[in-house]
Design a protein around this ligand. Structure first.
Ligand code: C2E
Ligand code: MG
Ligand code: MG
Length: 449
């Protein structure tokens, strides 16, 4: 029988090819498994540990999109060359996925030593790459695990390195993580949260809370941002900073978001009609062309005016597939929905993006507001953002305002919109109605005086 391997090799030529990655000439995933299998057999009687690692290039796909796939291939070949050159006679590096490499160090015996080696690899890969006339830079994350006698099989060893890699990726770019038992516990907790969240979403138990967004000068509420809240029977209250990334990674974000939008628009229907509702979309939702349809179907069903809805997206949401994101954003805008750029100034912000995409509003990230009073650079940055937004015809909201003085300073700078604990914390639908009644009475009293 003829076997067709993932690298395109169809089994009849040299068997060596079946173990080779055709692009880079390194060994492939079969070579890697084979080497680890053999080493485990060799060590059957030997107490010496050994180490493996999986290295994943950070943000390779955007580079591929930006420079083209031919340039992407060139970069991968340069990466492979650098990695191969950094191996000693005993060690092996292989390419096991599109932008994933695995290495085996038979003579590395400790967690510190493998972490050092991995950091060195990251360092080597961080030097610029020639792409025709231009240069590109890359970072990489690495997950490592150590084999101990009698402990495990190749599959378990690799899955531990994958768990470590997953942790490394979650904690940012360019990180090295060596597998530990606590990590296994953490991975189990993520799975527990995932299962509980799936159940909660089908039972409709994730709730929208609402935080006021105000006109900074008059302090009148102009709208509310929807923020997801979830309390599980067994796990207790879980922060969105924890469950949103899990929902994104495990494919629950779509149904969760639809549930929240339905509940939020049902609640917002009872508010005065000049108030808008702001709603966060996750990066993965901007890759799914059904997102726009789902949103419009929900608005249709709940009878909520699309012109009162704003969608908040982050820069990351535009990066992985800009064309797809643009199409979704344009579809929404055509129906009157406004689009704002959230958390501006963090992560991978690029001013170029503001030329390509049209946003109705920009939200200045709260890290700038937090250091506004002490920090002159933060003041300059905020003023520059405000000037830029004025030029581009975008509204602005400063996030995370906690102190009166911050609000005053922002008004001096000419910032029109604000959001933060100073004006109100996120609260549920009933409490939001209470808040609106109170502020209505407050305004009536002020008029009477
Ligand atoms: P975000 O969209 O930037 O939301 C603002 C976050 O800042 C909220 O955190 C809010 O509670 C918090 N915040 C507001 N004012 C203040 C303040 O004065 N001080 C401080 N320290 N924090 C303030 P939260 O609710 O924990 O949400 C965190 C993030 O989770 C959100 O950041 C958003 O990215 C995401 N998220 C929340 N709900 C949803 C959702 O329904 N869908 C999606 N895709 N993401 C959501
Ligand atoms: Mg937001
Ligand atoms: Mg934000």
């Amino acid at each position: 029988m003829q076997t067709v391997f993932a690298n395109g090799y169809a089994g009849r030529e040299s068997p060596e090819l079946a173990f080779t990655d055709l692009l880079t000439g390194l060994g492939n995933h079969r070579r890697f498994y084979d080497k680890v299998d053999r080493l485990i057999l060799d060590r059957a009687e030997d107490p010496a540990p050994f180490a493996i690692g999986i290295l994943d290039l950070d943000g390779f796909k955007p580079i591929n999109d930006l420079f083209g796939s031919k340039a992407g291939d060139d970069i991968l070949m340069q990466v492979a060359m650098r990695l191969r050159a950094s191996m000693d006679d005993f060690s092996t590096v292989t390419r096991i996925g599109p932008d994933e490499f695995a290495f085996l160090y038979p003579l590395v015996f400790s967690e510190e030593a493998i972490a050092d080696r991995a950091r060195m690899l990251i360092e080597i890969l961080s030097a610029p790459y020639d792409v025709g006339e231009r240069t590109a830079r890359l970072s990489a994350s690495v997950g490592c695990s150590l084999f101990h006698l009698g402990d495990e099989t190749t599959e378990i060893l690799i899955s531990k390195a994958e768990t470590a890699l997953y942790q490394a990726k979650r904690s940012g770019r360019g990180k090295v993580v060596v597998y530990t038992r606590e990590m296994e516990e953490a991975a189990k907790r993520v799975t527990r949260i995932e299962q509980a969240l799936r159940r909660a979403v089908s039972a409709g138990e994730v709730e929208p809370h609402f935080q006021p967004i105000v006109d900074l000068k008059t302090r009148r509420t102009v709208g509310f941002e929807t923020l997801a809240r979830w309390t599980d029977r067994d796990l207790g209250m879980i922060s969105p900073a924890v469950f949103i990334p899990i929902a994104e990674e495990r494919g629950i974000i779509g149904p969760m978001s639809q549930l929240l939008l339905r509940k939020a628009t049902e609640a917002a229907r009872d508010w005065p009609s000049h108030l808008f509702l702001s709603f966060n979309l996750s990066p993965s939702q901007l890759v799914d062309q059904n997102t726009g349809l789902h949103i419009l179907a929900i608005l249709d069903r709940t009878g909520f005016d699309p012109r009162r809805l704003e969608i908040e997206i982050t820069e990351t949401g535009l990066m992985s597939d800009p064309a797809s994101a643009e199409k979704i954003v344009e579809d929404l805008r055509r129906c009157g929905i406004r689009v704002s750029l959230d958390d501006f100034g963090t992560g991978q912000s690029s001013l170029g993006r503001l030329r390509e995409f049209h946003f109705d509003k920009l939200k200045i990230d709260r890290t700038f507001v937090a250091s506004l009073l002490e920090d002159r650079p933060a003041q300059h940055i905020i003023r520059a953002i405000l000037a830029m937004c004025e030029g581009l015809g975008m509204d602005v909201v400063a996030e995370g305002i906690e102190e009166e003085e911050q609000a005053e300073r922002l008004v001096q700078f000419g910032c029109a919109g604000g959001q933060g604990f100073l004006f109100g914390r996120p609260v549920d639908a009933d409490a939001t109605l209470g808040y609106l009644r109170d502020s209505f009475r407050g305004a009536q009293r002020a008029r009477a005086v």
